[in-house]
Design a protein around this ligand. Structure first.
Ligand code: GLU
Length: 282
């Protein structure tokens, strides 16, 4: 059975790009008689707000896109993430990192458009120091060299059948968890896709650089391999990316302006975008 998912972060109102992603995932699932799952990616306490969770439900309902229960809410999934992290630690595949760099702050959110963040390995190979861990904020990183030794370079297949092989340079010592969050985007994403039985990950092409590390984590954790549908992005006609801080293309603003939700969902799916917007490659 085909199972797709839509996994927004409640850090702002949904915009036209989300409508396309959700409509595509919904269409693929319904067309195949499968399931369309909703996941709230709310692990970043500094950016996620409850009112935006409400906004997600409201906007999807307005678009006429129904989802199959239960909704998976990441902030309620700590034990599952902890178990996966423990298993990586037990196999020597994760190490404590005491660096406080700005890039660590970004690890909880999907890195749209960014290549794998490179980490110089400052804390890799430090002797384990439980006393320091008890007294110092730290994160956990994947020891990617050991992970690759263990699982080999991953590959992934797009739903059109093309298979891509990851290169070692696509994969760094990704953050797995932080003191204030039980899992990073990459770790939570693979655990939850598996928990929801997702067979096809439908998301914007700007998240393609996340796929090698996520496939590696799936291999390490013995999780099934989904197919991937990385789709074109919707941008302003002048090429600017849609951002959550843009007011104009939020679905809430379009609804206020009298737009018809299901018609909008059908139009974006058919490639007909409102004036001022266009598709762009990631
Ligand atoms: N939560 C991510 C976002 O806001 C999506 C991650 C994914 O689809 O893998 O775009």
């Amino acid at each position: 059975m085909t199972v797709t998912r839509f996994a927004p972060s409640p850090s702002g109102r949904l915009h036209l790009g989300h409508a396309f992603s959700a409509a595509l995932g919904h269409h693929r699932a319904r067309d195949a008689g499968g399931k369309f799952r909703l996941r709230i990616e709310d692990l970043d306490p500094s950016r996620c707000k409850p009112e935006f969770v409400e906004g997600i439900y409201e906007d999807l309902a307005w678009l006429g896109l129904d989802w199959d229960e239960p909704v998976l809410v990441q902030s309620r999934r700590t034990p599952a993430y902890q178990a996966a992290l423990d298993s990586l630690k037990a196999r020597g595949l994760a190490y404590a990192c005491f660096c406080t760099r700005a890039d660590i702050a970004q690890s909880l959110t999907a890195p749209h458009g960014d290549a794998a963040t490179s980490y110089p390995g400052t804390c890799r190979g430090l002797p384990d120091d439980p006393a320091r861990r008890a007294s110092t904020p730290h994160s956990w990183r994947l020891d990617s060299a050991r992970a690759l030794e263990f699982a080999g370079l991953p590959s992934w297949t797009e739903e059109d059948g093309r298979t891509f092989a990851a290169k070692a340079s696509d994969i760094g010592d990704a953050i797995l968890a932080r003191k204030d969050a039980p899992a990073s985007y990459h770790l939570s994403c693979v655990i939850d896709d598996a928990a929801s039985g997702v067979t096809m990950v439908v998301r914007g092409g700007d998240l393609r650089p996340s796929t090698p590390i996520q496939r590696l984590l799936q291999a390490l954790l013995g999780l099934p391999e989904p197919a991937y549908l990385h789709h074109a992005l919707i941008a302003h006609e002048d090429g600017r990316r849609l951002a959550k801080r843009d007011l104009a293309p939020t679905l809430a603003a379009m609804r206020e302006a009298g737009a018809d939700g299901p018609a909008l969902a059908a139009d974006v799916l058919a490639g007909k975008l409102p004036l001022g917007f266009g598709f762009s490659d990631a």
